[in-house]
Each structure stands twice: as C-alpha cells, then as structure tokens.
Design a protein around this ligand. Structure first.
Ligand SMILES: Nc1ncnc2c1ncn2[C@@H]1O[C@H](COP(=O)(O)OP(=O)(O)OP(=O)(O)O)[C@@H](O)[C@H]1O
Length: 260
C-alpha cells in the first residue's frame, strides 16, 4: 500500500521505490522497495557483502540507484536539500591519530552547511553542540584531539555530530563495530532511550542479531536478496512528532544516564 507521504503521524520519511544498484557488472540491490515511517526503528541485517552499506549510501545521496527512486520526506533525492533533518554516521574508519580536529570542532562541524560555512556560530548553535556533547557523555573530552581517542569514544563523537541538528532520522552503519561488549550494551540502551523519548526514526545496520531481535521482534518485516529489515513502528500521539525538537535538559540528562 502506498501511503500518503504527508499524512500526518505516519509521514514517510524514506521511500525506496523499486531500486536497483550494480557496481560495474555486479548487481548488489535488486528491485528493493521499502519505506520508513516517522519514528520507526529499522534494523538492517545481512551477511558481509549483502549490500547494507551500499543501500545507506544511496539513501544519503552518496550513490545513485541504477534504476528506481528514493524519496526523502516525499521529495525525490535529486531535489532534496534538507539534509539537516538527517544524521548519518558512516561505518567506522580508523582515524589517523594525527588528525588535528578537537572533539568540539568535529561536533560543531555538523552545524555547518553550504549556507553557513563562513558564518560564526551563534550562541544557540554553541549550546546545541554542548547539549550533544552532554548527551553522549563526552563533555570532558571536548578539547581532546579526536584521533587520540579510543574507538568507542570516537563513535560517541560522531554520534554527537550527527545529533547536533536534532535530526528526524538517524542513519547508523554498524555503530558498535570494534567496541567492547559492555560499551555496546550501554550504546544500545542509549539508542533505545533516544528512540523512545526523543522521537527520532532510526535506520541501523547491525550484525548483532540478538540485539536487533530483542528490540525489534523475532522476524524481519521485509526481506530482499539477503537483506532483512526488522522494524518497530511507534504510533505517534495526536500531534505526531513534537515540533520543538530542542531537547530539554531533563531529556538530555536521561539520555546521558541511559549509557550506564
Ligand atoms: N566501490 C565498490 N566497487 C566495487 N564493488 C564494491 C564497491 N563497494 C562495495 N562493493 C561490493 O558490493 C557488495 C556490497 O558491499 P556493501 O559494502 O554494501 O556490503 P555490506 O552488506 O555493507 O557488507 P559488510 O557487512 O561487510 O559491511 C560487496 O560484494 C562489495 O564487495
């Protein structure tokens, strides 16, 4: 059933309409249709090479489907410009320890776009960055160089960067790779808390099937050529997502606490 992209509480955030993708002669995505509604949590699983990262890259516009169309908030990707509404944390790459940016600089870089690149940050933007550092419990790392942090700490920094614009959709590509089991558990508690309390939709690639099933249910809602999509729909209250996305200090404190 094709839902109206603007129908109140169940607005489609991402609409994937019969897309195909090939690298040279190798077909990776083959006629995939799927949609993510406001406040859904979608866990994407599949074996190595099944096309999970390729799919996320298409959704954020880094790759173009060979055929078919992706729409964001009802708008074709080719004309979509509202990227502030989406946070994306790519698959972890080891950062060069000499990479000179500090944690605060990396987080605030999420606030810049083409229009604001040359402007100074306003006080309210600075306080957004402080909030994101606080929620990810990395305030005390703010002046450290990111390249000198552990993998788990770097992941928190990239999450804070993705969160700084209060996105409506957060796209995470294997966010806990290389992170110890205890930190992973804290990470998932925090993600879950954000989903339940901050009204953000998630698309998350994960190899942790136990975690995916425990939160999203035992069976995938949709399967396509080696990819499984586990989904938790969250029925929005009367007003759908609150229009004021600036999180209260209390909400941020609870998110910070969910780590432990
Ligand atoms: N730039 C590229 N050029 C050619 N082939 C590629 C390229 N990137 C990925 N592939 C191939 O496309 C397929 C899908 O890759 P992709 O990274 O999307 O898989 P994945 O499901 O994310 O895998 P993993 O679980 O290992 O991260 C793989 O067979 C991969 O080798």
């Amino acid at each position: 059933m094709e839902l109206n992209a603007h129908s109140g509480c169940h607005q489609q955030i991402v609409t994937i309409d019969d897309i195909f993708f090939s690298y040279e002669n190798k077909t990776v995505i083959d006629g995939l249709s799927f949609s993510v509604l406001e406040r859904d949590f979608v866990g994407i699983v599949g074996s190595n090479g099944a096309g999970k990262t390729t799919l996320l890259k298409m959704i954020v516009g880094l790759l173009k489907p060979t055929r078919g169309e992706i729409r964001m908030f009802g708008q074709p990707l080719s004309t979509f410009r509202d990227w502030d509404r989406i946070g994306y944390v790519p698959q972890k790459n080891a950062l060069n320890p000499l990479f000179p940016a500090t944690v605060r600089e990396v987080v605030t870089s999420g606030l810049y776009n083409k229009k604001t690149l040359l402007r100074r940050l306003s006080p309210s933007q600075r306080s957004k960055a402080d909030d994101a550092l606080y929620a990810m419990r990395i305030e005390d790392l703010a002046d450290r160089r990111i390249g000198q942090l552990s993998g788990g700490q770097q992941q928190r920094v990239f999450l804070a960067r993705a969160l700084v614009n209060n996105p409506e959709l957060l796209i995470l590509d294997e966010p806990t790779v290389g992170i110890d089991a205890e930190t992973q558990a804290g990470f998932f508690r925090m993600i879950r808390h954000m989903h339940e309390h901050h009204h953000i939709a998630f698309m998350m690639v994960s190899h942790d099937l136990d975690m995916v099933r425990s939160y999203l249910g035992p069976e995938p809602e949709h399967q396509s050529r080696g990819l499984g999509f586990y989904v938790k729909h969250t029925h929005a209250p009367e007003n759908c997502r609150e229009t004021d996305l600036s999180h209260s200090r209390q909400q941020l404190r609870e998110t910070a606490e969910a780590w432990s």
